[in-house]
Design a binder for this molecule. Structure first.
Ligand code: PLP
Length: 383
């Protein structure tokens, strides 16, 4: 089976991990801050806090922005469940904003309308979490303008988007947001096995994130409630978690960063090949906003149904060894979310997308031969 995505591991990556295994620190050593600096520098953000997953990063990002019981947070329904679960972890409520029919990202028009209505009802969100689906940045300048007008904070779920750009600047620079989150799961753009990172330009937020990822413990005397008892002393001043990344993971991440641009260029080449090839097949290829350079985590085609339905195409491709997938089932359709009473008819674009979308394989080590096989099978099924 050719998967929809997979990691690319070099001999240098392996050596970087081996070096850590032979060193003094498997965790809480120098590799984590080195990886954080490399990502912060690449993204032009002031602070980066590495954690054990993007899910953890989203959780502590919400906490760092003060999300708690009684608060409302909005996100896109077409995302991985983690973008919404992080809100529930904090005891807050999550609401969804329908997607844009061209980019499949949270629709800025829908967001503006929903904000206007929410203001009248006194139900404005504390935070909005735009998700850069497939690696294509949301229209962050427009979302930022709305955040200024309505007074909400912004967390970018950029799990798909490291290496991507928006208005010629790297995703992750937090120019239009309070916090940006990346995932380093093996199917994503770069990997640490499991891992994530939260970036911010705000020193206070960075400090909160650091505290929350490690039990709420500080060794900084200026943060303590009274003078230190001695050199052994630390204080727990908040309720945090063990969300730390290991040095083994960080060394892999740091090594992968060297090939980030190469990975994204390769993903663009594959996408261009698909665009050309699929031009005369009855599917909708991914539309790219002119302000955006996608990281192309996913290549999603939408079937313009007529001759064959999506399930049939999906099953045929799987049977032919093409590991197609569906990103994503709208979060409000998940059984756990049904208790909150969402109404499918509030999200007509997400419903249409869910009926038509298929992710086809895209990853840096997808060979020409493999891509030809994918193209052949798609053609024989769809033509
Ligand atoms: C992968 C992903 C996450 C979660 O990432 P983990 O690192 O696996 O916790 C969150 N949001 C989106 C959009 C994702 O694709």
């Amino acid at each position: 089976m050719i998967p929809y995505g997979r990691q690319s591991i070099s001999e240098d990556d392996i050596q970087a991990v081996v070096d850590i295994l032979r060193s003094d620190y498997l965790t809480q050593g120098p590799a984590v801050p080195a990886f954080e600096s490399a990502v912060a520098k690449y993204c032009k953000a002031k602070h980066a806090v590495a954690v054990n997953s993007a899910t953890s990063a989203l959780h502590i990002a919400c906490l760092a922005l003060g999300v708690g019981p009684g608060d409302i947070v909005w996100t896109s329904p077409i995302t991985f469940v983690a973008s919404a679960n992080c809100v529930l972890y904090c005891g807050a409520q999550v609401e969804f904003v329908d997607i844009d029919p061209k980019t499949y990202n949270l629709s800025v028009e829908q967001l503006a309308q929903k904000l206007e209505a929410a203001e009248k009802q006194g139900k404005l969100p504390k935070v909005v979490i735009p998700v850069h689906l497939c690696g294509q940045s949301c229209d962050m300048a427009a979302i930022f303008a709305l955040s200024q007008r309505y007074g909400f904070k912004v967390i970018e779920d950029a799990s798909h988007a490291i290496g991507g750009r928006y208005k010629n600047e790297p995703v992750g620079n937090c120019k239009y947001s309070d916090i940006t989150v990346f995932s380093f799961h093996p199917v994503k753009i770069i990997t640490t096995g499991e891992g994530g990172m939260a970036l911010t330009n705000d020193a206070n937020i960075a400090e909160r994130l650091q505290l929350l990822r490690s039990h709420g413990i500080t060794r900084d005397e200026s943060k303590m409630t009274h003078a230190s008892d001695g050199p052994w002393y630390y204080q727990q001043i908040d309720l945090g978690f063990n969300y730390r990344m290991t040095d083994i993971q960080a060394a892999l991440g740091l090594s992968q960063m060297r090939r980030l641009d190469e990975f994204v260029i390769k993903r663009h080449e594959i996408a261009r090949q698909y665009d050309l090839f699929l031009a005369d097949v009855s599917v909708m290829t991914p539309w790219q906003h002119p302000d955006v350079y996608s990281a192309f985590h996913l290549y999603v085609v939408r079937l313009q149904v007529g001759n064959k339905n999506r399930r049939e195409v999906f099953e045929s491709l799987r049977a032919e060894g093409i590991g197609v997938n569906l990103h994503y089932i709208p979060v409000y359709r998940q059984p756990y979310y049904e208790q909150f009473g969402y109404n499918r008819s509030d999200y007509p674009e997400a419903e249409k997308y869910y009926a038509e979308a298929i992710s086809i394989p895209i990853f840096p080590s997808l060979s020409h031969q493999m891509q030809s096989k994918v193209k052949e099978k798609i053609a024989s099924i769809l033509r």
